[in-house]
Design a binder for this molecule. Structure first.
Ligand code: LIP
Length: 261
């Protein structure tokens, strides 16, 4: 089953990518804001989500859908598609070529920490990089199999992170970062959670940490990481998700503020 779901996710990620790149060639403006003035959505985000919802209804009738832009459908088959039509919307708005279509097929309760991710695809339609995985079948960039290497010592670790759309939460995140910045090689803030997770799977960063992520930001990417031999963790005993999300190689021994991460 995972293989079929994987093939559907790859096919639709590519189709959605073509739509996104064609629209990006034109004028893009903010259609609406969500949780704050800087949490933006464009008409292309909405159009792409509607496109993916319709295609999944055609190809996988009865499956559920959980989309960033509000499209929700209960599953009658046990499979739910968790979709971020354009992850890295601000990068897309600024025409910065670092955003992705993120599509995951999950079974069970479609909630982070409860779901089983069966297949995941993170596709950057500008670079053409297609990260994909299906449960138990490995994690890939195109045809290249990904395997997370032995982690460096913490002071040589490259850390990816991101910030919330809430000012108060950003200030808290920067406080934590102020502690970490002197403990690691450097940090990268690239603006797209799914591609940050893919970067861990591909060995382009050693650790990724972020708070206030949404399910659609990390559903596909977490399978990329675990199928490449990495681990994901939450913080303070919470499941990986909105309260905090780490991913990295296993057994790093990294810790900050007296807490392992
Ligand atoms: C984004 C995430 C990113 C985070 C941004 C935003 P969006 O998702 O991918 O990691 O730092 O604040 O949440 O809103 O572009 O789909």
């Amino acid at each position: 089953m995972a293989h079929d779901l994987h093939d559907v996710a790859v096919k639709l990620a590519r189709e959605a990518g073509e739509l996104i790149v064609s629209r990006r060639a034109g004028h893009i403006e903010v259609a609406n804001t969500k949780s704050s003035d800087v949490d933006v959505v464009t008409a292309v985000d909405k159009e792409t989500e509607e496109f993916l919802f319709r295609r999944l209804q055609e190809l996988c009738p009865g499956d559920g859908f959980l989309g960033e832009e509000g499209q929700v459908e209960q599953s009658t088959t046990g499979v739910t598609w968790v979709v971020d039509p354009i992850d890295g919307t601000v990068n897309f708005l600024y025409n910065m070529p670092h955003y992705a279509v993120s599509i995951a097929a999950v079974t069970g309760d479609p909630t982070p920490g409860s779901w089983q991710v069966e297949a995941g695809v993170v596709f950057n339609p500008v670079t053409g990089e297609l990260f994909h995985a299906s449960l138990g079948q490995g994690s890939f960039l195109g045809e290249r199999r990904l395997q997370i290497a032995k982690p460096p010592p913490m002071n040589l670790a490259l850390l990816a992170t991101g910030f919330a759309y809430s000012t108060a939460m950003r200030r808290e995140q920067v406080r934590i970062l102020a502690e970490l910045i002197g403990e690691v090689r450097d940090i990268r803030r690239m603006g797209t959670a799914s591609l940050d997770l893919a970067a861990v799977a591909a060995g382009r960063v050693d650790v990724y940490f972020e708070r206030t992520l949404n399910p659609w930001d990390h559903a596909a990417g977490e399978l990329l990481v675990t199928e490449a031999g990495g681990v994901i963790a939450g913080i303070q005993g919470f499941a990986p998700g909105a309260r905090g999300y780490f991913c990295r190689a296993p057994h790093t021994g990294y810790s900050a503020e007296g807490k392992d991460f």
